[in-house]
Design a protein around this ligand. Sequence first.
Ligand code: PEP
Length: 246
Amino acid sequence: MKKITLALNWKLYLNELESIEFVEKINHSKNQFDLIDLEIYPSATAIRSVRNVLNHSSIKIGLQDFSIFEKGAFTGSLSLSSIEIDCCIVGHSERRDFYNENDNLILKKLQISNAKKISTILCVGESLNEKEEGLSKERIKSQLSILKNLDIQIPLTIAYEPIWAIGTGEVPSKEYISDMLSTIKSELNTLYSHQKNSALRLFYGGSVDETNIRNLSDIVLLDGFLIGGASLNAKKFVDIIKKSSI
Ligand code: PEP
């Protein structure tokens, strides 16, 4: 069985103390972690504390988002240099929706993480309307088209996250996910050499939890999952790890 990656997106849910409490709890189940690769995306304010509690484990810690500005008079912003991290996320649908981030801005962020050689997850996914109008693949292709302006130097992951599945408890069928991942794969094939493509990872995200991860792990093209809601509770999360690595 392939080793999958679980990426935990804590969004703005866990504060610093809650984040510490979470990692202290999962530290007790450390033996389970050999079977998977883990990436945690806490609130930026909790990154240092989470790292200290994990204490040199192989778990990677990243930023959920960052500014395109490196330093300067940008009140309230964070850059990739603000704090030591291993990885980052760009283009999450919540950034696209609530902060009006467009593909242009997302490309700039990708170019920055690429230049800094920081492993990056790029999120793509269609809305419910787009799905109902049969435009899912068009939407994904257009979101991926920014990659033609990126000469990738980093481990890049594409996370397919249909917006209608995020936080809703609605999970697409395995066939639907496989079909969308194949579309992503063939778009990437047109953009990059075979060698670069084989280093890219594909994730799925949207209402993944301990009840469905086992079934979804069968999807051949999948390298991992981006998990929001179900990653907020340590016990639930240890269950997810156990189920994903049976
Ligand atoms: C997400 O926000 O990236 C996500 C996948 O959330 P959830 O697991 O809660 O659907």
